[in-house]
Design a protein around this ligand. Sequence first.
Ligand code: SAM
Length: 349
Amino acid sequence: MANYRRIIDNLASGVRVDGAVLAELIGPAEERVREYAAGLAREVAEQHFGKGVFLRGLVEISNRCSRGCYYCGLRAENDAVRRYTLEEEEIVAACEEGYELGFRSFVLQGGELHNIEQGIAHLTRRLKSTMADAALTLSLGEQSEATYRAWREAGADRYLLRHETASPDHYAMLHPSWMSYESRLECLEVLHRLGYQRGAGFMVGSPGQTVHHLAQEIDFLGRLRPEMVGIGPFVPQSATPFAKQERGSVERTLLMISLVRLTLPKALIPATTALASSDEAGTVRGVLAGANVVMPNITPARVRGDYAIYDGKKSFGSESGEGVALLTEELARVGYEARMTRGDHPDYE
Ligand code: SAM
């Protein structure tokens, strides 16, 4: 692949790169290709964010879910997981503790439930009234436009809803037939219309994914232009239909982070927990590939182990609220500065 530099340079300059050509780079994810893409990705990130990496306190508010995603341990049919839903008081206390630690950006994530509009609106209003200078991101799956609007009006700033794959056929392999790709895209459209900073994203190495699907991701994200993009390797979960499938490649994930950074220079791209759970140095490697967000887990420790979306998920150590000093040190060692500010997308500041 002699002309890989030209292909990556083209992507960085906004020239459309043919999917088949991109797939040839992504497939082998060779070291020299990864390093070249990562070098450019770091330069681009630095132009917009300096050497800053935004920290967000992550609270996993409930592991109950009505969905059936084949890859996810929270799927409704899984009875091997101990279910929990945090009380409003516990969530507020977790955020207040995070606020004391210095966090000014929180993410409330959970399985998809449909009787939560009022509860989440109330919680959002309460958090925004006591911590007015903090940003609030929700990630609670597909909801009606009315619900998204109620949460936005209550003060939610951002919403994470990964599209999971840019291919409708591949989406159908990852989800039961009653889940619809069109509905997911529609939700992403609505979120944009309501003024949320919205996050899309996908897994690398999910069952049935080809390198052509990954190349499609670049084109898809270039058109969708979400403010945030979550990219993590697929990790099998023992109580799901995909328990015996191979895990996604860390190296390919890193290359995808770099290519997405070059496609969306100002995006907020987390070094995901799935990446950190797959590689001892995953967080730092993600940042060096172009990521600029880390989400330490501040969920109450008593339930933290129950948010078992995949096996071996990290939630303690530098992946946790208690581990912020350690994470700050790890980032500083490679020349990056942990920032606990709101961390908005530059176009929203
Ligand atoms: N229910 C919300 C939703 O669907 O957007 C938020 C929670 S959901 C568990 C968050 C993300 O976890 C999913 O979008 C998916 O990409 C990721 N995830 C689930 N199972 C995974 C697995 N086995 N390996 C890696 N990532 C996984």
